[in-house]
Design a protein around this ligand. Structure first.
Ligand code: PEP
Ligand code: MG
Length: 326
């Protein structure tokens, strides 16, 4: 099938009824970048900047950060790249940053933006590195694990302060900075009316979101099969978020692993998600699925299924196989 997927490389991720789906890839290290050309992805929807910190024995200095971010933007060329500020802590412990912090519930603990807003120096250095790397281009930046809109405001203000400082000193800066927010904490969904007008885009991290929505540790193998990601609860939740963002004219991407599994992605398309950022290996199969799909009838069916609360996995599997959806 690899050869079959390779043939799709230069064809758009477009459904039979003409809906163009944006299919981007997730990345985190320089070694991921060659996948951009192999897959011909529409961009990098999630660049996990913490990977550089995780593979390093000491804090990566600003020059090293700048070099990496610049190489990512160079590799992407005209394609958009969304950098996520460091998401350290939780399942991504970095000993040299967190010291001997012992937490009873690290997933609910001092992690991601919570840590970064306190360790201001870390955020300032990273902001400068990103601004530097994107000089003359567009910088797309998003923040992980935001629970309340003020956290987004604070992070954005911190970046903007670094921008002003660099402008004042005559440093070259990006043409434009677009600010986005990850939605991975369920509480944030209840403040979307307040948050959406303040940002440029939203990205749903379904790995953490499902962990919090179902109160089920994403790293615990005993729970791995307990909750179906195609549950009515999760899909209703995601549909409300997607509808609300569309009404506010803010694009939504799903960048969790869920988007990389064809049946799960089918469900996401069915509730109106049009932008996915997935693992590079998933792009070929996903494009094949999209190009065999008529989107409007599926969306119509999904509405009924979600209203009636039927088993979505069973319904979708039957729907896909009876219509020859790849
Ligand atoms: C997520 O939580 O879904 C996500 C994309 O971020 P990470 O997997 O890096 O936590
Ligand atoms: Mg996450």
């Amino acid at each position: 099938r690899q050869a079959e997927y390779a043939k799709l490389r230069d064809l758009p991720a477009e459904t039979v009824d003409g809906a163009r789906i944006t299919l981007m890839m997730n990345a985190g290290l320089s070694s991921d970048l060659e996948a951009l050309d192999i897959t011909n992805a529409d961009g990098i929807g999630l660049f996990r900047t913490e990977f550089q910190f995780l593979v390093s024995a000491t804090l990566p200095r600003r020059e090293r950060q700048t070099r990496l971010y610049k190489s990512v933007l160079d590799a992407a060329g005209d394609r958009p790249v969304t950098f996520r500020t460091v998401d350290i802590g939780g399942d991504k412990a970095v000993p040299y940053m967190m010291g001997d912090t012992v937490e009873e519930n690290p997933a609910l603990g001092w992690r991601a933006l919570r840590l970064a807003l306190e360790r201001e120096g870390l955020m300032k250095v990273q902001a400068r590195a990103l601004i530097d790397a994107a000089a003359g281009r567009t910088l797309r930046l998003m923040f992980p694990m935001v629970s309340e809109p003020w956290e987004f405001d604070e992070a954005r203000a911190l970046v903007e302060a670094q921008l002003s400082r660099m402008v004042a000193r005559g440093h070259p800066v990006p043409k434009k900075i677009e600010f986005g927010c990850m939605l991975e904490v369920p509480a944030l969904a209840e403040s979307l009316d307040l948050l959406l007008p303040r940002l440029d885009f939203l990205s749903v991290g379904t790995n953490d979101l499902t962990q919090f929505l179902f109160a089920a540790d994403r790293a615990n193998p005993k729970l791995a099969d307990r909750y179906d990601w195609l549950s009515v609860s999760l899909l209703r939740f995601l549909k409300r978020v997607s509808d609300q963002a569309r009404a506010a004219r803010r694009p939504v991407t799903v960048c969790g692993e869920m988007g990389g599994r064809p049946l799960d992605a089918l469900a996401l398309l069915g509730i109106g998600i049009e932008r996915l950022s997935i693992t590079p290996a998933g792009i070929g199969p996903m494009k094949a699925m999209i190009r065999s799909l008529a989107l409007a009838p599926l969306q119509h069916e999904m509405e009924g299924w979600l209203r009636r609360g039927i088993n979505i996995r069973t319904a979708l599997t039957e729907y896909a196989s009876s219509r020859g959806i790849a």
